[in-house]
Write a protein of this length. Sequence first.
Length: 530
Amino acid sequence: MPADDPNSDDRNGHDRHGDEATLRRLGYAQVLYREMGGFSNFAISFTIISILAGCLTSYYIAFNNGGPVAITWGWLLVGGFCVLVAMAMGEIASAMPTAGALYFWASKLGGPAWGWFTGWFNLIGQIAVTAAIDYGAAIFTTALLNLWFPAVVGTGTGTVFVVYSVIIALHLALNLLNVNLLARLNTFSAWWHMVGVLVIVAVLIVVPDNHQSAAFVFGETLNNSGFSGEGFGDAGFWFVFGIGLLMAQYTITGYDASAHMSEETRLASRAAAWGMVMSVAVSVVFGFVLLVAVTFAVPDVQGTLDAAGNAVVYIWTESLGGAWAEFLLLIAVVGQFFCGTASVTSASRMLFAFSRDGAVPASRLWRKVAANRVPVNAVAAIAVLSWALMLPTLANGVVGYLVGTSIAVIGLYIAFALPIVLRIRAGSRFEGGAWSLGHHYRWVAPVAVAWIALVCVLFLLPVSPKGIPGAADFDWNVVNYAPITVGGALLLFGGWYLLSARHWFTGPVREAGTEEELTGIEGQLEADAP
């Protein structure tokens, strides 16, 4: 039988009880349904990474800042380091498979203060990445609707925001359904992404009359940022190339979802770790093939630059014609919709777990679980906060989206780095789980942390010389307000911790004093189930 069949082989009951025993040892009752198999766990992270979403909706970031070399070689560079980050996180996830994931790991390895900051940066990153995913999906969906109904649907920022609002509302509704349905949806999504990429690549190879040369795809440099720097020999170009890495780094985020779904996954100690690592590795391979095919199909450099956030739509429309462009857009839009659905799922579990330990205002509200074992209020909160984060796009859609992606990357990767730092500090005292790096953690973990530090610095820097305060042609519309947002969050939650939370926040809190009491909580939920 399939591995994700909850009734497959007699070991399932034993494995489930083993997972529940591990969770009780960590201090929590099994209040969420443990219905996901290993492939479903992989599928949710693979879906959130979504090569049909991130690298297509943010393609122009790399094309504008570095050109084809930032797209192809930049993707492989970022992908390789992200595999190492996933491996370092996977080892910790295996030892502590809980929905709190990063926050829980940091608390246990470093204490309440580490857990507090990790949790809040993770939550901010989860909200921002959900917002960016759905706004990118709205751009593509609006473009598709415009091709279908040009007389009715425009492509302005107001229209995009309306479509974005509808997408968020649909994701809210879907995430109120039970986790078994969502697991099946994510499994279907994983196959949709893999098959969809192969179809898109085949069309881009066969249909266009002309293709760019291999020298263009793998060696052409472009710099449309306004900063100086024209090629490999110019130091200024490498700064611009660094900004262009945001496309790949933004795409390869959200794979902590496998850890956040640990309490709903069978054999979680192994499956969550493999889910993270394999989702990144598979995405790197399929994403590279997709990006190379799209770049070969670029019809005109200046037209692609002028299209900005609609760069891929422009490439497909000009190189394939309307009908084929509509077909490929439909494949991408469906994949992007799946991506946003999974992101809301993951973020809501993080909010649920963080609230379970009293770290969020009105925690009792966000930790509430409905009869179908879904944290309904947490789902609603994530949807509303994500929607609100993209309100600035009404003033400047492109820059607002770019900054949203920066906040997502910085917030998530700071949260990724903190428990890895603590893992390094723990050394041989760290008690591993079923999936371990062994002595390889000694180089994998430090390299992962160094990479995260580099990208966080890069994405806090100005994205245009006009966005630097004091510039003669200073323009607020191109200011990177990620430093303000991230710095403001650090001051807010740091000040909150120093003035108040350090006196009452103790990190993860056991839901009950004994295993029998935890079992009682589970039994009451079973009795209340419809």
